[in-house]
Design a protein around this ligand. Structure first.
Ligand code: MG
Length: 401
């Protein structure tokens, strides 16, 4: 599943007249949060990094708009193809265009769902490991009424097992292409989504959790809601906090490394690496926040590769592990415990070093120091201790993908 060839097919060939509020621009080219809707969607799939091809299907009259909207967007975006009269025709055209890329899986997505997130894409992809197809969907929570001709209620429809289908809808590429061909041959052109064609062709299609955020932009009210959602943090994020602690003993020497900064001192610190006790505590704090072991597990002191290593390597690796999970570091806080050297003259250089290694803003990095009133091993100047905490935002549904 991990290394199979996956394509994204983005359907942007509609005219979007319902969203028309006097604007001559089709909704997929309208701006949302400072970027055209279609550009947002392409970026969401490109950022996921599991796609080896991204194919957009456009209306023939929109070529100039497409070029303006998508100029400069990264590979694997392919040149657009023209859609047909109906959505089904447009998807078929896109599938034909993708055939040369030989994808094993394809995720088909409506360009009007501009706020598609990484987690929903990942869930659809994961379900394709065990099914011919998988679609993002939400259970119906409102009570459903059937109306009579006179506008009164005729009855209540049981909502158990009813779902609202969203996109992306993912399939084994060869199977959905064959289903589209079969539908064409059978004269069926009335399917409103690809899962409908898949069901008709007898494929087993899984339902995975979609997201309320993944709304379809239809009218002006939807655009206003989407603008608000873009400014709000994603619903599916949760904060994680980790802590770390480390000690290194003094030895002969003329400098110490603390929080990524070399400081002249009348002693050095003993350790397998550069013995940067601050970066070690911080690395453990970040690993703790994502529940991914500790520094000794990832960089065993018995491994000759890390002899004399700069502790930048350890911290950068912890930051990379956060990024791999689709997360980001909110803030970090390090406290150094020692009588000497004095930390305050170096505090801002330390904050800058940590911010650079983790590639976060310096306002997210705190470095503090304290003595222990000459008590204990730090008070007796036998060594330096450091403690740290880190807060990380992770997608709430993260399953390590
Ligand atoms: Mg250490």
């Amino acid at each position: 599943m991990d290394r199979v060839n996956v394509a994204a097919l983005i359907v942007a060939a509609g005219r979007g007249t319902r969203a028309d509020s006097g604007s001559p621009v089709p909704k997929q080219y309208r701006e949302l949060g400072g970027r055209p809707v279609l550009a947002q969607v392409v970026m969401a799939f490109a950022a996921h990094q599991r796609f080896s091809a991204i194919q957009v299907v456009i209306h023939p009259e929109d070529r100039a708009r497409y070029d303006e909207c998508c100029a400069g967007l990264p590979a694997p975006l392919r040149p657009p193809v023209h859609g047909g009269a109906k959505r089904q025709d447009s998807v078929r055209a896109g599938l034909h265009a993708l055939a040369s890329a030989s994808p094993e899986l394809v995720l088909i997505h409506d360009a009007a769902r501009a706020l598609i997130g990484r987690e929903v894409i990942s869930r659809v992809l994961a379900a394709l490991g065990t099914h011919d197809g998988a679609i993002a969907a939400l259970p119906v929570v409102d009570t459903l009424k059937r109306s009579a001709a006179d506008g009164t209620v005729e009855g209540t429809v049981a909502r158990d097992s009813l779902w609202r289908a969203q996109t992306p809808q993912g399939f084994r590429f060869a199977r959905i292409l064959a289903a589209h061909h079969a539908a064409l041959a059978a004269g069926r052109d009335d399917f409103t989504d690809d899962a409908g064609i898949a069901e008709w062709a007898g494929l087993r299609v899984a339902l995975v959790d979609g997201s309320e955020r993944n709304l379809k932009l239809t009218d002006q009210e939807d655009f206003a809601l989407a603008e608000r959602l873009i400014k709000a943090p994603p619903e599916a994020c949760e904060a994680r906090t980790g802590s770390g602690f480390d000690v290194h003993r003094f030895r002969e020497g003329d400098h110490v490394w603390l929080c990524g900064v070399r400081i002249d001192h009348d002693r050095g610190l003993e350790g397998h690496s550069d013995a940067d006790v601050g970066l070690h505590a911080l690395t453990d704090a970040i690993l703790g926040a994502i529940a991914d072991g500790d520094i000794g597990q990832h960089f065993p002191p018995t491994d000759a590769r890390w002899a004399g290593a700069s502790s930048h390597v350890f911290l950068r690796d912890a930051g990379r592990r956060v990024g791999e999970r689709g997360g980001r570091i909110v803030n970090v806080d390090v406290t150094v415990l020692c009588e000497a050297p004095r930390i305050s003259p170096h505090r801002d250089a330390m904050r800058r070093a940590v911010a650079d290694i983790l590639q976060i803003g310096i306002d997210r990095v705190s470095v503090k120091a304290t003595t222990t009133e000459r008590l204990g091993f730090t008070g007796r100047r036998e060594g330096i201790a450091a403690m740290a905490s880190a807060t990380v935002l992770l997608p709430a549904c993260n399953r390590g993908d």
